[in-house]
Structure formats: structure tokens, C-alpha cells
Design a protein around this ligand. Structure first.
Ligand code: SF4
Length: 82
């Protein structure tokens, strides 16, 4: 929510598109909030958010996918047990 207008924002104000490289970057990456550092925490969260990083095999074996996600994110956030 934009604190100035009170309206919902369509995207994070720190997300910037680099048209020449056709990618997005975070302008405050090193100082981003913990929610950003820890995301995604669970496979269920990725499903709910329609995360593009989900693979078909993750959906057929979500427990293994959660273990892989926990390993991948070990340096960024605490792991969770499902
Ligand atoms: S990592 Fe967080 S702060 Fe950075 S662009 Fe994404 S949502 Fe915004």
C-alpha cells in the first residue's frame, strides 16, 4: 500500500526493469526486508503465489521439493518442517 495515497500498489517500488537485459532487479537488494530475504518459505506458498520457479516434479512430490527448497534457501532464511 502506498503510504502517501493509501492505494494498493501494483508492484514493489524497489523493483526495476532493465529493458536492455530484459530482467528485473531489486534496487535495495542488500537491505531488502526479511520477508523478501526469506521468500519463498514453503512449497505451498509458491503454489498459492503461482511461482514461476515451481516445476511439475515439485507438485508431484512436495515433501522432496520442500527439502530441496530448504537446502537452496539455507543461507537466506530459517528452514521449516512441513
Ligand atoms: S526483493 Fe522485496 S524489496 Fe526487492 S523488489 Fe522484490 S519485493 Fe521489492
Amino acid at each position: 500500500m502506498n503510504p502517501g495515497t493509501g492505494k494498493l500498489m501494483e508492484q514493489c517500488p524497489w523493483l526495476r526493469h532493465l529493458p536492455n537485459e530484459n530482467k528485473y532487479i531489486c534496487d535495495i537488494y542488500d537491505d531488502r526486508p526479511d520477508d523478501c530475504k526469506h521468500y519463498p518459505v514453503t512449497i505451498n506458498q509458491m503454489v498459492k503465489d503461482e511461482c514461476e520457479m515451481l516445476e511439475v516434479k515439485d507438485l508431484s512430490n512436495p515433501k522432496q521439493a520442500q527439502k530441496s527448497l530448504d537446502r537452496l534457501m539455507a543461507g537466506s532464511r530459517p528452514s521449516v518442517d512441513n
